[in-house]
Design a protein around this ligand. Structure first.
Ligand code: HEM
Length: 141
């Protein structure tokens, strides 16, 4: 379902090698998710996906933070709290096509840039985000 980001050193398995650790751990992930939703709220370029969300973004902020924590190889906060993410199913109520996918990815890439995610990690995460976001598409075009 939601693909994990491949560890940089195959078979290493040490917590220090996870994308979560490379990003800077909890505080850095928190800052990234905050910036992501701040940008979604502020930038006209992301108004299309902003409109799909509830007026208050608090719940989305908390859930994306918890989900990405596990997805990046850190603590499995989302699964511990909510069980299996069923991410595609949970997105079915929202019409997601290429335009929505690309807005989400652009918003996340801008957030990664503004949060100074190192270039190599940013590129690797952008590819992994693409796989997951593309899987979320539920209407043609
Ligand atoms: C492809 C474009 C995407 C769109 C348009 C989109 C949109 C949304 C919307 C509207 C919600 C509901 C938020 C609310 O409660 O107001 C949501 C929830 C969520 N999204 Fe996305 N999303 C996209 C991609 C992604 C991706 C790529 C990820 C993860 C890498 C993700 C992770 C989540 C999570 C964890 C939730 C909370 C699910 C829950 O209810 O427990 N989304 N998304």
């Amino acid at each position: 379902m939601s693909q994990q980001v491949p560890a940089p050193t195959e078979g290493a398995g040490a917590a220090a090698d996870t994308p979560y650790a490379q990003l800077g751990g909890e505080a850095a992930l928190h800052a990234l998710v905050e910036r992501f939703y701040d940008l979604m709220d502020l930038e006209p370029a992301y108004a299309g996906i902003r409109a799909l969300h509830a007026p208050a973004l608090d719940d989305a902020r908390e859930k994306l933070f918890m989900f990405l924590s596990g997805w990046l190889g850190g603590p499995n906060l989302y699964i511990e709290r909510h069980g299996h993410p069923r991410l595609r199913g949970r997105h079915l109520p929202f019409a997601i096509g290429v335009a929505e996918r690309d807005q989400w990815l652009a918003c996340m890439d801008q957030a990664m840039g503004e949060c100074a995610v190192p270039a190599g990690l940013r590129e690797r995460l952008a590819q992994a985000f693409f796989q997951t976001a593309d899987f979320m598409r539920n209407r043609p075009g």
